[in-house]
Design a protein around this ligand. Structure first.
Ligand code: ADP
Ligand code: MN
Ligand code: MN
Ligand code: MN
Length: 368
């Protein structure tokens, strides 16, 4: 048996000490800018911090920066510089004051986007579709893990009781680490993320938060920063966050990133006609979407989209009103009001929201 870590070294630190240092005054006009980017896995985020001698508000004010791409699977050691282009600025909920989080996308030495820069083509699609005012709301499911990679709070030599009491659960034997959920929620609000809610999920130690509605490229930007914030908060607690779409095999729900989508006409009276047209287009492009809905071209979702545990089969497209076993669901309220939005339930929890929203826009709006 490999030796298992009992707990994170982070959890053992006295968390109150940092308050002393964070209240030390810093020179006028200076701030710390933490640059955040997606690494070569297409799933994980990285960050590093620099001092600025001004306080930025717009990404265009921020300097381009670089990092060692050979250490993030984004370049070779012999030609390792990868460039960080700032695309969005948020308030930093950890350092507070004038300090900033700076989301970046990544470019190679020849100014071409890196392989995991899915934002580049997403922006082009959003620009072409912008008159349709595409809105997205993404439900981000995730699982908290202990340092031994077992779901947080699960017995070490057994399993919790079967699913049923945990979804939206309250109480010490129903949910684990609500502190992380609440801390993350506040961090998102402080930073300027349009987080719309949170709930405990069906599998114990699994949670969800929702971001949106956001228009165009901002959903991808905000979801990536909200993921960064979640990893960062959980780090303080010595807990691991996984976005794996099926962290536990067996009779345990997987984790998705249901993507709710509407256009201006869908939101207007009798928009249901337009919603149905979009669903028809989605039905004829199922494979393209499955390929875009996880970072491994469908391989990760194979474990999750089984047709059980509130999922559809990865092999077939289906749609229905209020049907949580369908690929695409029309919420009951939207069917009744004859307008609103559709929910694509296929994206995996570890999807790249740039790839997902680009595919939806190209299929449903640009008719590509
Ligand atoms: P579910 O019932 O599937 O659990 P949630 O309440 O978790 O749904 O999430 C619904 C999401 O849909 C939220 O992120 C919300 O912002 C988003 N949403 C609401 N209206 C629209 C709309 N018109 N277009 C796109 N997204 C929307
Ligand atoms: Mn939900
Ligand atoms: Mn959910
Ligand atoms: Mn949903």
């Amino acid at each position: 048996m490999p030796k298992m870590l009992e707990s994170s070294p982070n959890a053992a630190l006295d968390k109150s000490l940092i308050q002393h240092y964070l209240t030390l005054p810093i020179p006028d006009g200076k701030c710390q800018a933490t640059y955040i980017w997606i690494d070569g896995s297409g799933e994980n985020v990285r960050s590093k911090t620099r001092t600025l001698d001004f306080v930025p508000n717009e990404p265009s004010e921020l300097p381009i920066w670089n990092f060692d791409g050979s250490s993030t699977n984004q370049a070779e050691g012999s030609n390792s510089d990868v460039f960080l282009y700032p695309v969005a600025v948020y308030k930093d909920p950890f350092l507070r004051a004038n300090n900033k989080l700076v989301l970046c996308d990544t470019y190679k030495f020849n100014k071409k986007p890196t392989a995991t820069n899915r934002r580049f083509t997403c922006v082009q699609a959003m620009e072409a579709a912008k008159d349709h005012r595409p809105w997205f709301g993404i439900e981000q499911e995730y699982t908290l893990l202990d340092m031994d990679l077992r779901p947080l709070g699960w017995p070490k030599n057994g399993f919790p009781g079967p699913q049923g009491p945990y979804y939206c659960g309250v109480g010490a034997n129903k949910v684990y680490a609500r502190d992380i959920v609440e801390a993350h929620y506040r961090c998102c609000l402080y930073a300027g993320i349009n987080i719309s809610g949170t709930n405990a999920e069906v599998m114990p130690a699994q949670w969800e938060f929702q971001v949106g509605p956001c228009e165009g490229i901002s959903i991808g930007d905000q979801l990536w920063v909200s993921r960064y914030l979640l990893h960062r908060v959980a780090e303080d607690y010595g807990v691991i966050v996984t976005f794996d779409p099926k962290p536990m095999e067996g009779d345990w729900n997987g984790a998705g990133a249901h993507t709710n989508f509407s256009t201006k006409i869908m939101r207007e009276d009798n928009g249901i006609v337009e919603i149905e047209k979009a669903i028809d287009k989605l039905s004829r492009n199922h494979l393209r979407h499955i390929q875009a809905y996880d970072p491994k071209g469908g391989k990760d979702n194979e474990r999750r989209l089984t047709g059980k545990h509130e999922t559809s089969s990865i092999h077939d497209f289906s749609a229905g009103v209020a049907n949580r076993g369908a690929s695409v669901r029309i919420p009951r309220g939207c069917a009744e009001e004859k307008k609103g939005y559709l929910e694509d339930r296929r994206p995996a929890s570890n999807c790249d929201p740039y790839a997902v929203t680009e595919a939806i826009v190209r299929t449903c709006i640009l008719n590509e």
